[in-house]
Design a protein around this ligand. Sequence first.
Ligand code: AP5
Length: 196
Amino acid sequence: MRVVLIGPPGSGKGTQAVRLAKHYGAVHIAAGDLLRAELAAGTELGLRVQQYLSSGDLVPDDLVVALLWGRIVEAARDGGYVLDGFPRTAGQAEAAYRMALEAGVTAHAAVYLDGDSDALVARMLARAHVDGRVDDTAEVIAHRLAVFAEQTAPLVDYYERRGLLIRIDAMLPADEVTKAIIKALDATERPDATRE
Ligand code: AP5
């Protein structure tokens, strides 16, 4: 299974990606986690992305694509991938599509986790007490939601035009969200390669 998860901050991409990867024997690739790991390890990339992560702005496309692409191709050869937080801009989606087409690893489906902003803010503020993520403050959360609306939401139409979009109500309890996604994915055709 090769699937892309799109959704606003707090919509449950990470939560669902872990479950889907386990269910389908695929690899969970989380853009935000990988970027935070670079930062924690103090790598050159980590230093370059620090400001973006703490402000809630998107890291430049070329850095993200370079960080993820090898992992995506490897995962596709190793049972598939569940992409959590990538692509996130039209530029990333187009670059990924070009490269995926060439490598024969285009996605079978794009799952859009659709949620109400106020509820998502509450989820992230609740998580802040546990995880202490620097971007889980009220101000940065508001900015992340605005960045999603401006730069990532247009991908919903992009995947719809390609006939790959699955819309899921992210406000349901997590177990119901998982069931709904799996039901929809199981009903999806999985031709070998030619669509993103
Ligand atoms: P990233 O780490 O991807 O963060 P995000 O998109 O803001 O999403 P979150 O991790 O906050 O939420 P989620 O949708 O994964 O939900 P979760 O399962 O955690 O990105 C962080 C930053 O990295 C970006 O701002 C950017 O700077 C950079 N970045 C990442 N990707 C990039 C890219 N491609 N290009 C450029 N920059 C990039 O759930 C949230 C909470 O809700 C949890 O506490 C969870 O337990 C709870 N929850 C989940 N589902 C439910 C449910 N159904 N009901 C109730 N609670 C639920």
